[in-house]
Design a protein around this ligand. Structure first.
Ligand code: AMP
Ligand code: GLY
Length: 423
């Protein structure tokens, strides 16, 4: 079969790598892709938001299955456009992608169906939000309603900061129309865990757990980023936590979406906080995480095409979803200065070192071809993943492999997986 993958980051590279393992797949295309994805896929210069061009391409090439990696096209309704033209596509429709696309929607859903999450209020009026803050407990969390590249969340320690935050989001529109509505919620403390899961409208199969490191600097300092590294599994995600989440969070979320007439087919990514009062939902995403996919997919044993097809057809209950009993760590190699200012176009050396090395992967995020070589082309450049029998071995392997690659402004965190030592 022929598969089209939509997206261009490290996540899509990991998806392409995994899809390429399936004996059912003869040909992979990726739009727009990147220099690393080219190893498995023919990259085509169509943007992820060009729905009509993508659908026309899928028809012309006789694509059997399209997989959407990114949030923007999902929230924008790419799946509806493909389905309307009779094309098979993996991902939630627009009305289900709201789970990620609107924080107010997802919070209201959790409240209505009793799914544990932080207490909150939503606002469409800045004055009402400012008035609410006067009596709110600090610290407090402000969230722009819509997609804001993971940057629409402000944690405020003082009333002044919170008031400034409301003004930035709702009046100055720092995150654009994402700030037409906002959620103000209780600050929670605890361990964060990500659980990605496959969903077919009614059945949910959670994957192995993972944890991301969102801040740019060691010790969780500096600005928020798309993610500087991940490890899987999380040692804090015990069987007891898993049992609780399946019963009170995962299945209730899927059932709630179905009851609302928004059956969810695709990936639900649960961002969880393990609080003293039990696990609570921080956020939902409607896609694989980046760089969570880079540690979860290398551990997945099951043919991903079978899982994608089952999610579309509503037959996930018949799939035996299996993961290796090992661990994986991904260290993101970024351009120094990310996520603010950084140089691009710098030559990358050492990528060949990964060839033929089992259990070591280099997933490209922001790279481009230049002549015979490959250059940096983004803030997050590469994700170096290694597996190992346990988390400590995987981490040692990943940091060893980090040294194989060089480029002029290479920057990475030295403490990915530091929570492993606290477990
Ligand atoms: P989100 O995009 O909703 O995942 O938020 C980004 C990050 O902000 C999360 O990964 C948490 O670290 C933090 N965060 C979001 N909501 C809360 C909350 N209610 N309490 C504490 N931290 C939060
Ligand atoms: N790594 C966080 C995300 O993909 O949203």
């Amino acid at each position: 079969m022929k598969v089209l993958i939509v997206g261009s980051g490290g996540r899509e590279h990991a998806i392409a790598w995994k899809v390429a393992q399936s004996p059912k797949v003869d040909k992979i295309y990726c739009a727009p892709g990147n220099a690393g994805i080219e190893e498995y896929a023919e990259c085509v210069a169509i943007g992820a938001m060009e729905f009509d061009r993508l659908a026309a391409f899928a028809k012309e090439k006789g694509i059997d299955l399209t997989v959407i990696g990114m949030d923007d096209p999902l929230v924008g309704g790419i799946v509806d456009v493909f389905e309307a033209q009779g094309l098979r596509v993996f991902g939630p429709r627009k009305n289900a992608a709201s789970l990620e696309g609107s924080k107010a929607f997802s919070k209201d859903l959790m409240k209505k169906y009793g799914i544990p999450t932080a207490a909150y209020e939503s606002f469409t009026d800045a004055d009402a939000a400012l008035a609410y803050l006067e009596s709110a407990k600090l610290p407090i969390v402000l969230k722009a309603d819509g997609l804001a590249l993971g940057k629409g969340v402000l944690i405020c320690n003082t009333l002044e900061e919170a008031k400034d935050g409301v003004k930035e989001i709702m009046l100055d529109k720092k995150f654009g129309s994402a700030g037409n509505c906002m959620v103000i919620e209780e600050f929670m403390t605890g361990r964060e865990v990500s659980v990605l899961s496959y969903v077919d409208g009614k059945t949910i199969k959670p994957m192995t757990s993972a944890q991301d490191h969102k801040r740019a600097g060691d010790g969780d300092t500096g600005l928020n980023t798309g993610g500087m590294g991940t490890f899987s599994p999380s040692p804090f995600y015990t069987e007891e936590v898993d049992e609780f989440c399946r019963k009170y969070i995962y299945q209730p979320t899927v059932d709630a979406m179905a009851a609302e007439g928004r059956p969810f087919h695709g990936i639900i990514f649960f961002g969880l906080m393990l609080t003293e009062d039990g696990p609570k939902v921080l956020e939902y995403n409607a896609r694989f995480g980046d760089p969570e996919a880079q540690v979860v997919l290398p551990r997945m044993k099951t043919d991903i095409i079978d899982v994608f097809e089952a999610c579309i057809d509503g037959t996930l209950d018949q799939v035996d979803l299996e993961f290796e009993d090992n661990a994986a760590v991904c260290v993101v190699l970024a351009s120094d200065g990310y996520p603010v200012h950084y140089e691009k176009g710098l030559k990358i050396d050492g990528l060949d070192a990964f060839q033929g090395k089992d259990g070591y992967y280099v997933f490209h995020a922001g790279t481009a071809k230049r002549g015979e070589g490959i250059v940096t082309n983004g803030g997050r450049v590469l994700g170096v993943t290694a597996t190992g029998a346990d988390l400590k071995t995987a981490r040692a392997n990943a940091y060893e492999a980090v040294q194989w690659v060089s480029f002029a402004n290479k920057y990475y965190r030295n403490d990915i997986g530091r929570a492993i030592d606290e477990a």
